[in-house]
Design a protein around this ligand. Sequence first.
Ligand code: BGP
Length: 460
Amino acid sequence: MIKFPKGFLYGTATSATQSEGAGNIDNKSENIWDYWYKIDPYKFYKQVGPSKTTDIYNNYKTDVDLLEETGQNVYRTSINWTRLIPDIDGNINQKAVSFYRDYFSRIRKKNITLYINLFHFDLPMYLMDIGGWTNKKTVEAYKEYARKCFELFDDLVDGWFTFNEPIVQVECQYLYGYHYPADVDPKKAVQAAFNTQLASALAIKNYKEMDFNKKIGIILNLTPAYPRSNNDGDLKAAEMAELINKSSFLDPSVFGKYPEKLINLIKKEKLTPEYSEEELEIIKENTIDFLGVNYYQPLRVRENPYQYKEDALFMPRKYYLTYDMPGKRMNPYRGWEIYPKALYDIAINIRDNYKNIEWIVSENGMGVENEERFRENGQIKDDYRIDFIKEHLYWLSKAISEGANCKGYQLWTFIDCWSWLNAYKNRYGLVELDLNTGQRKIKKSGQWFKKLSENNGFEL
Ligand code: BGP
């Protein structure tokens, strides 16, 4: 039997844009996803856009019962910025306040710990129009938005997160083309990354100054980088991959400063962002209380043996190439490697190198295509998902028994939700969503999850 410490939290995570639906009603204005879908629908799997998501907005009263029926005692979602503040003038949309207050209150009434994330990839178009995260005015607007969220909802929330996976947003917006504006501009990427970190610190500063006392943190995808071999070049590649992808937000969030090596790299590449001493001081003084860790797949790397042209566009791949390890275990639907032991490695790294700060697994999960073929007697029998969770929990419990300070596990996701460009291609939920009727049905994993939570562990 694998057992977890008393009070260990079990639940799921989702985000506003991926689960709420109701994209264009009740005064909500466009964010980058609404806009991108409008101008480029072919980018989205089967041309399904964000207005068609799980529709929790219209179903939350009964959906909250499903949280209980699947045994969840922790839940995370985000606030939709353009629902709460539809215009650049900053005025609050009262319809959004009523919705979130009722939604959150019902969750709290069921004694479910509620973590709210302020930003999950869904930038308002009115801020994208002025340059999004590359513009310090967006940082100011975010600071105000965060302040309003704290004022309006803190009494219903158990913990706050400032951002979800900021490095993903930065690279998808400004390097790899997966988020609007799909620009390729490393200088903008670095400026957006710095501004996002500053925004996170400013939200924390505001929160503390307002004398609220819940925990506040950030959610990072701390993908370990595993080298192909123990040769120097490969080891160095792994070090650089972690410096760029992990330390860029983890170090300033936990220690209040950037690693010297990263600063030197950015200087060498002539990518130093605009910043002031005062901003560095804000980052230094306002670190996180706890951390959310999203983990899906490891990063396997090897050295880049090729010489970059002097004037070639900077890409992180200059310092490492991804390594396609033969025989790796794959989730073929998402194209991601399955490697549960990484959760142990992440936990030990936080224990030994990041002050053993309190953290939770804020996302982990398996998206599978065409789950219909696993239906028996009307229910989706997703044994692969149960096995996936068990294997990850096994490594997590081992790390906890060795002193890791992890307080809970959140699966991605609750009810099948909309996956950005992949729309509804891969299903992640404990609860099935029928896209035609909107009907919800608990999968086998949802029933298993309830037992897991009730027993505070599981039989191996
Ligand atoms: C994480 C995001 C989530 C979610 C998940 C699964 O990086 O925080 O929003 O989408 O990945 O990925 P996908 O939906 O692309 O399959």
